[in-house]
Ligand binder design. Structure first.
Ligand SMILES: [Zn+2]
Length: 452
């Protein structure tokens, strides 16, 4: 019961935080972290065993700065423990709301939340829309992978907010429809905000450019769930004539960061999730450096996620955004760790580095592409062209790819009519089928003394 009261109190605090000072948010976050870590140690057998093994006691954690004392946790490690050891003592996992990950790592992953936790997690999305000037009287259309809502997830808080015109009215359209059919839905609904996966939004906006919404209604396009490349952003902005704002979310934590309303860095949702960008030692890297994203869900007490390696890499941003918003920042979330390409010469490259190098000089002839690493020594690039490429252009591209990948890697170029999406509906611009050594626990370099 006290957990429910806490969640309600948190919900009210989060609603007021858009105008709070940085100090207020930091103090709220650190208080929440202390509460969460103590709770996890005393009520969740999984964390107690893990932290005892690493010799850390929850009393050592006073705030975000102390979190590197705790080990990071991978999906594999977390999933290997029985579910009953990962939920708080006394809770029946079957009575909680399940949230399955989309399986973009190829391995489905299930977490569970209480009804109230599920609803609290929705609030940062409302706040992000507000920052883009989208209010409760506006309509939003989301192009997404349809999921069946769980029977216990009645979304009553969200529905009440919509009824009170405190939250945008939302329409969902399936990504499994073709772009023409989706565009027809957009024209009929006339939303102020259009959101979707970047690749899908680029295709739909191509149709809307030919047959626009009349009179114009869209003021902002929101992207998420897959990486927004500079090329995709440019295409969507040019076709719709509105700014694109990117969001970074996950099934585990809902919205974790949203792009500054002035464009540029992403504001981290510091009062709902601790987003750490860490190096191999599990300690946060300096601003401007690239690291792995490690998250702690601040309001999830039923099945806590503490220093959870979510599988993405990002660039550490500045502590506070230049726009004056009271949130920290990250930049350029670079997609799944699993899809880094390990090469025979020992390099592990990010496929976007490869694709940007290969096509950014002259991207306009390419409608769509996909890089697949089939074996450590074989990378395939499929391209859907807008116009038939000359043999000279293809030869240049092939030579450039061979040069980037280095000796011993077979680089094949295929011109195709279409590239199928994953079963989940997400389009993966880069995919590696080479096993990675990613799923290991990182033991922090720092060790706190065990209080006696
Ligand atoms: Zn900002």
């Amino acid at each position: 019961m006290s957990l429910s009261l806490d969640a309600l109190r948190s919900a009210f605090a989060i609603r007021g935080h858009a105008r709070a000072s940085r100090a207020e948010i930091v103090s709220f976050r650190d208080r929440q972290l202390r509460k969460l870590v103590r709770h996890a140690y005393h009520a969740v057998p999984y964390y107690r065993a893990l932290w005892d093994e690493h010799g850390v006691h929850p009393d050592c954690i006073r705030g975000a700065a102390d979190m590197p004392l705790l080990p990071t946790v991978t999906k594999t490690h977390f999933r290997e423990a029985p579910e009953i050891e990962r939920v708080a003592a006394g809770l029946d996992p079957e009575l909680l709301i399940p949230a399955a990950s989309s399986g973009s790592s190829g391995r489905p992953f299930m977490i569970r939340r209480s009804w109230l936790e599920q609803n609290v997690l929705h609030l940062p999305r409302v706040r992000a829309l507000r920052s883009y000037g989208i209010k409760g009287t506006d309509r939003a259309l989301n192009i997404l992978n349809p999921k069946h809502a769980h029977a216990r997830d009645n979304k009553i808080i969200g529905r009440t907010l919509v009824a009170l015109k405190l939250q945008t009215q939302q329409k969902r359209v399936s990504i499994h429809l073709d772009p023409e059919a989706i565009a027809a839905e957009v024209r009929a609904y006339r939303p102020a905000m259009l959101s979707g996966y970047p690749n899908m939004l680029a295709r739909v906006s191509g149709v809307l450019q030919r047959e626009p919404v009349r009179p114009p209604s869209i003021r902002v396009a929101l992207t998420g769930a897959e990486a927004l490349t500079p090329d995709l952003r440019r295409k969507i902005e040019a076709r719709l004539g509105v700014p694109v704002r990117d969001q970074y979310g996950s099934n585990e934590c809902n919205l974790m960061a949203w792009e500054c309303s002035h464009g540029g860095p992403l504001h981290t949702s510091d009062d709902t999730v601790l987003v750490e960008v860490v190096g191999a030692d599990g300690v946060p890297v300096a601003p401007g450096e690239i690291g792995e994203v490690v998250v702690t869900a601040l309001h999830t007490f039923t099945m806590p996620l503490i220093r959870f390696r979510i599988g993405d890499v990002a660039e550490q941003g500045s502590g506070v955004c230049e726009c004056g918003a009271p949130f920290g920042t990250i930049r350029g979330v670079q997609g799944r760790m699993l899809d880094m390409f390990p090469l025979p010469d020992g390099r592990v490259i990010h496929p976007y580095w490869l694709s940007e190098s290969l096509i950014m000089d002259d991207p306009d002839w390419i409608e769509n592409f996909q890089l697949t690493q089939e074996r450590i020594d074989r990378v395939m690039m499929r391209i859907v062209p807008r116009a038939e490429p000359t043999s000279e252009r293809l030869a240049t591209l092939r030579a450039h790819g061979v040069e980037l990948l280095g000796a011993g890697v077979d680089f094949e170029l295929l011109i195709v009519d279409s590239i199928p999406s994953e079963l989940s509906g997400k389009f993966r611009p880069a995919r590696s089928h080479v096993t990675s050594s990613y799923d290991d626990i990182v033991v922090p370099a720092l060790r706190a003394p065990v209080p006696s």
